[in-house]
Design a protein around this ligand. Structure first.
Ligand code: EPZ
Length: 425
C-alpha cells in the first residue's frame, strides 16, 4: 500500500485550486437515476469515491461517457436501467452508495440496496432514510443484509416528514425520492449543507419543483418525470478549509482559488479567532498566517451552518500547535477522535474526554513520525501535522486520502511543501 512522506517545517506559499466537492458529486451522480434522459455533470473531482459511485451506477445499467474537455465532465444516461440491486461488495466500500435507494424506489417503485454496515467514525445507521421512505408509502424489509423497498402501486406518495435528527444523506435521499412522488412532500428539520443546495439546484434544472432551497424546510411537488440537464458541481468547501489550515499550520500564506468563503462562515470565524487572516478575493480567498501568533479557541461541530465535523480533525492539528488550550466538542459522530492518538505520537498534548470532547494544549513543536489514519479527514489531519513537524512523517493507508483529496501532493508541492508518494505493492 502506498505511503506519503512529508518533510515538515516549510511555510507554504502559493495558490491552490479547489476541486469539485466529493460530497456534492456523489448525490448528483445518484440523481442521474431519476431520469431516462442524460444528466451531464461538470467539475467532477477525480477521486476513488467517484469511481466507486460510477461502478455502482454502471452495474444498475447507467451508461457513463467521458468528454475530454479537461473540466471533469461525465454524461450519465439512465435510459436503460436493468438492475435495481446495489450489491454489498460496492456499498461496503462507500456508504454514500445508499443514495441510490431514494431515486430507484421513486422511479421504479422498488429497490434492493445493501445496508452499509459499520464505519470508523461512528455507527452511522440509515434508519431515518428508511423511516422517511416508509412514510412515503414504501414497504421496507431488511433481509440478508439488504434493504428491500417496495411500493404497492409502483410510486411513492408525498407527505409531511420531520427528520428526528439532521441528516445530510437522509435529506438527499428523500429529496431525490420526493421529486418523482405523487403529490407534495414537505421535509422539515432538513439538512441545509451547500452540497444539498447544489443537489436541489441540479434537480430544479432537471425539472423538479422544489422550494425552500438553502433552508431547513424543503417543499417538493412531485413530477411525473424529470429531464436532461447540465450542472457544475459546487467547489469543495472541506478541501478549501483543509488548505486554509495548511497555510495556517505552516505559518504561510495560500491563495485558495475557486472557493466560496460564504460556504465557510463557521470555519472562517474559528480560524480568525485563532489569529489567521482570511481575505476574500474575486474567485476565492487568501489564508495568511505569516508572522501570526496563533492562539487556541473552543469549537463545537454542528450541522451547517455550524462548524463542520469534516474539518474537526484538521483543526485539531492546528490547535495542537497554537498557544494555550482549546476545547473541541464533536456532536455529529460518536467516534471521531481517532486521529488524536496518532497526533500524540508526534508530540501533541491532547486529552480526549468521553466520546465527544477533547482538550488540546498547544505545543511549540511536533516531531515527524510514522503514523496511520483511519478515515479521510483524520488522514488530512496527519498530513497537516506532518507539514508543521520537525523531520520526516510517513503516513500509511493513503487510500483514505485518495477518496477525497484530488492531486493532494501536486497541490501542496506547488506551494513549496516537501511531500511525496512512495508506491508500495
Ligand atoms: C455526510 O455523511 C457526509 N458524507 C460526511 O462526510 C459528513 O461527515 C456528514 O454528512 C456530516 O456532515 C457525504 O456527504 C457522502 P449524516 P452522512 O446522515 O450523510 C446519524 C467525509 O469525510 N444518522 O448527516 O452519512 C449519523 O449516524 C464524510 O467526507 C442516524 O442516526 O451523515 C450521524 O451521527 C464522512 N440515522 C448523524 O446522524 C440516519 O438514518 C449525521 O449523519 C442517518 C444519520
Amino acid at each position: 500500500m502506498d505511503q506519503i512522506r512529508i518533510k515538515g517545517g516549510i511555510p507554504l506559499k502559493g495558490k491552490i485550486h479547489i476541486s469539485g466537492a466529493k460530497n456534492a458529486a456523489l448525490p448528483l451522480m445518484a440523481a442521474s437515476l431519476l431520469t431516462k434522459e442524460v444528466l451531464t455533470l461538470k467539475n467532477l473531482p477525480h477521486l476513488a469515491d467517484i469511481m466507486t459511485m460510477s461502478s455502482l451506477l454502471i452495474q444498475h445499467g447507467v451508461k457513463i461517457t467521458m468528454t475530454d474537455d479537461g473540466v471533469g465532465t461525465l454524461r450519465f444516461d439512465s435510459s436503460k436501467i436493468f438492475n435495481l440491486k446495489a450489491p454489498y461488495d460496492i456499498v461496503r466500500k462507500m456508504r454514500a452508495s445508499v443514495l441510490v435507494l431514494g431515486p430507484l424506489v421513486a422511479r421504479y417503485g422498488k429497490a434492493k440496496v445493501s445496508l452499509p454496515g459499520g464505519c470508523a467514525i461512528g455507527t452511522r445507521p440509515v434508519d431515518i432514510h428508511l423511516f422517511a421512505l416508509e412514510k412515503m408509502g414504501a414497504k421496507i424489509e431488511i433481509k440478508e443484509g439488504y434493504i428491500i423497498a417496495k411500493t404497492e402501486n409502483g410510486y411513492l406518495t408525498g407527505c409531511d416528514i420531520t427528520f428526528p435528527k439532521v441528516t445530510v444523506g437522509g435529506t438527499e435521499n428523500i429529496l431525490m425520492a420526493a421529486t418523482l412522488a405523487k403529490g407534495q412532500t414537505v421535509l422539515r428539520n432538513a439538512a441545509c449543507e451547500p452540497e444539498i443546495t447544489d443537489l436541489a439546484e441540479c434537480l430544479v434544472k432537471m425539472g423538479a419543483d422544489i422550494s425552500g432551497i438553502g433552508t431547513n424546510t424543503l417543499v417538493i411537488n412531485g413530477r411525473d418525470s424529470l429531464h436532461s440537464a447540465t450542472h457544475k458541481v459546487v467547489s469543495d468547501r472541506i478541501e478549501a478549509a483543509s488548505y486554509a489550515i495548511a497555510a495556517a499550520i505552516t505559518r504561510g500564506k495560500i491563495e485558495i482559488v475557486d472557493a466560496d468563503l460564504k460556504n465557510l462562515t463557521a470555519v472562517a470565524r474559528v480560524l480568525t479567532e485563532c489569529g489567521v487572516s482570511l481575505n476574500e478575493t474575486e474567485c476565492g480567498f487568501i489564508a495568511d498566517a505569516e508572522n501570526a501568533f496563533l492562539i487556541g479557541t473552543d469549537v463545537m461541530t454542528e450541522p451547517y451552518p455550524g462548524f463542520p465535523t469534516d474539518v474537526q480533525a484538521q483543526l485539531t492539528a492546528l490547535l495542537a500547535t497554537a498557544s494555550g488550550a482549546s476545547l473541541i466538542t464533536e456532536t455529529i459522530f460518536e467516534n471521531r477522535f481517532m486521529h488524536v492518538p496518532e497526533l500524540a505520537r508526534m508530540g501533541a498534548n491532547i486529552n480526549v474526554h468521553g466520546p465527544s470532547s477533547a482538550i488540546v494544549r498547544g505545543v511549540k513543536s511536533l516531531s515527524g513520525a510514522e503514523v496511520m489514519a483511519t478515515d479521510l479527514r483524520a488522514s488530512m489531519c496527519l498530513v497537516l501535522a506532518g507539514l508543521f513537524a520537525e523531520g520526516e512523517t510517513t503516513i500509511n493507508r493513503v487510500y483514505h486520502l485518495d477518496r477525497g483529496y484530488e492531486n493532494l501532493e501536486e497541490k501542496l508541492s506547488a506551494c513549496g511543501a516537501f511531500i511525496e508518494r512512495i508506491a508500495r505493492n
